[in-house]
Design a protein around this ligand. Structure first.
Ligand code: NAI
Ligand code: MG
Length: 399
């Protein structure tokens, strides 16, 4: 095996702690790689006016695979306030570097598996018949379109005349909004293209086929959002009929899905959705398997082979300055396993997942979230494992 070079993007806050521990786990599993660190995040916004410097983009272009911790994002005005004085004059506008990476490299496939580990005290349970308590096994993989839709960034407040005129060509705009002064109108668009919709659907069906899931569920809202959700569902129907007749195609509305996922989560297999609904439904399922400490993700472009693997949690700034990091590294470790799958190191990924599963089922080493403690600096004194101790426990299982 040729030695790999992996771009490490620790980012902000707890991103660095979880990424460092994950690299120790990868080393212990025998993954032979060099890591080059890329600059990304809030510090680079404040100092350079760019949270995603070109040199970081170049690194990813060159090496193709990145492990990403987390970044801090703040709203527009707060971001401007923190800009260094000499940059304040330059009219810079903050935009999320992770969204920037997705769009620059067209990382349009986002995959978020939510699989419950046996023995995780945070697993979802429900009341069964009588006084039974049931713990259904959740094994869902969400395919979220990652570049378009409501997060595509095509939006206006007080739209310019051309945009406003275009809106006024729509009878529903005239009827419902035509009387509102233009200055009081904000518009965020939800654009779906056939090409990207086809790619995310294909990703979902292929995954279902390759890993034996019986169903693919399109989770949108085609009865109301007729054009975009409607297009996705229709294309899914055609694709299923032509190419995947052995896989069942289901259709749920995002709102109903959020209710059903706490009723019968074990019924779902692969779920596919647009950008925002995919974001929502994946957080919902993540809650059933332990929450942010367990929610991993991959985003990639199958054509270029460029992939960024990251936990779905953010930088959790309130824990960032603790002398001993307390956060759960499992979401990041799981994301690294997704990276190993992606670069065809599947046996190594399985080995690490098994080590994590063993640590969780034995239950001797648990981070504060798994002990239902409030996250404070003293949790380790009170019996919770630190980030490092959790990684050490996984490493011990690998030996
Ligand atoms: P967050 O995910 O950083 O933290 C929310 C809470 O979840 C934390 O206070 C903590 O209680 C818990 N948590 C998160 N990660 C955990 C872990 N590994 N182990 C145990 N508990 C964990 O979300 P929040 O507080 O809304 O955002 C903080 C910053 O992160 C913001 O600036 C936000 O914009 C950014 N963010 C970045 C993301 C990314 O890098 N992809 C994603 C989400 C938020
Ligand atoms: Mg999210």
């Amino acid at each position: 095996m040729a030695k790999r070079t992996i771009v490490s993007l620790p980012g902000d806050g707890i991103g660095r702690a979880v990424l460092e521990e994950t690299i120790r786990v990868l080393d212990a599993a025998g993954f032979d790689a060099d890591y080059v660190e890329g600059d990304i995040g809030w510090e680079f916004w404040k100092e350079e006016g760019n949270p995603l410097p070109q040199r970081t983009i170049d690194l990813l272009e060159q090496h193709k695979i990145a492990l990403f911790g987390a970044i801090t994002s703040k709203p527009k005005d707060a971001a401007f306030e923190e800009l260094s004085d000499e940059l304040k004059e330059k009219g810079l506008v903050y935009s999320s570097p992770i969204v920037g990476l997705r769009q620059h490299f067209n990382l349009d496939i986002c995959m978020r598996p939510c699989h419950s580990y046996k023995g995780n005290p945070l697993n979802f349970v429900r009341r069964g018949k009588g006084s039974d308590i049931e713990e259904p096994e959740v094994d869902v993989v969400i395919f979220r379109q990652n570049t378009e839709g409501l997060y595509g960034g095509v939006e206006w407040s007080n739209p310019n005349d051309k945009v406003y005129e275009a809106l006024m060509t729509h009878p529903k705009f005239v009827k419902n909004f035509g009387d509102t002064p233009k200055e009081e109108v904000s518009v965020s668009t939800r654009i779906f293209t056939k090409k990207a919709t086809e790619r995310i659907l294909k990703g979902a069906f292929e995954h279902a086929k390759n890993f034996g899931y019986k169903s693919v569920t399109v989770c949108e809202k085609p009865n109301v959002i007729r054009e975009t959700s409607g297009m996705m569902y229709k294309m899914a129907q055609q694709m299923q009929k032509a190419e995947y007749p052995e896989i069942e195609l289901w259709n749920t509305n995002i709102d109903a899905q959020m209710m059903w996922l706490t009723k019968n989560p074990e019924d779902y297999g692969v779920i596919v959705a647009g950008n925002m609904f995919g974001d929502i439904v994946s957080d919902g399922f993540a809650g059933l398997i332990g929450g942010l400490g367990f929610a991993c993700s991959a985003q990639f472009n199958p054509d270029s082979g460029i992939g960024v693997f990251e936990p779905t949690h953010g930088s959790a700034p309130k824990y960032a300055d603790y002398e001993t990091s307390i956060v759960n590294p499992i979401a990041m470790i799981e994301s690294a396993c997704m990276m190993l799958d992606f670069i065809d190191e599947k046996p190594m990924a399985s080995k690490i997942r098994k080590a994590v599963a063993d640590v969780i089922s034995e239950g001797d080493v648990r981070t504060y979230d798994m002990m239902r403690m409030r996250g404070k600096a003293d949790v380790v004194e009170n019996g919770a494992a630190s980030t490092r101790e959790m990684a050490d426990a996984v490493i011990a299982k690998l030996k």
